[in-house]
Ligand binder design. Sequence first.
Ligand code: GNR
Ligand code: NI
Length: 167
Amino acid sequence: MALLNILQYPDERLHIAAKPVAAVDERIQTLVRDMAETMYASRGIGLAATQVNVHERVVVMDLSEARDELRVFINPVITRREGETTFEEGCLSVPGIYDTVTRAEKITAEALDENGKAFTLEADGLLAICIQHELDHLAGKVFVEYLSPLKQTRIKNKLKKRTRETL
Ligand code: GNR
Ligand code: NI
């Protein structure tokens, strides 16, 4: 097991689009385990491989109170979107920043699990929001890009200042 470093916005590597996983092999299973360990250690509800500088379509998620219901999405795609909902989002790559984002209320997602088995999931509520947030990461998009240019500039300056102070 290993803890992975999480890229911090505005790191340009957060904008690299992830490639599909060719085979769910031992290398991918190790990545999944390390990403899960990193997500739990950071108290996040989700983590996309992009955030740990691996540009392949892998996501881990756990929305359970007890933190014992790991969900793994390999090569995920959203096949259906319905309705609209807004939620105050945060991101492990944008620490301390929370703002409202509008997304689809209900989605259908298709992916492979950690054994390479295909599944379909209908989701709403926080699960639907989190899946959309993570798939955005795989496309190279961070939630702050939904905010106004002014807010994006302020967030960038705040995080750059913080990075300077903690180096
Ligand atoms: O831990 C997280 N919480 C969260 C809250 C609202 C909407 C999305 C999220 S995902 C985030 C973890 C993360 O950054 N995943 O990419
Ligand atoms: Ni995020």
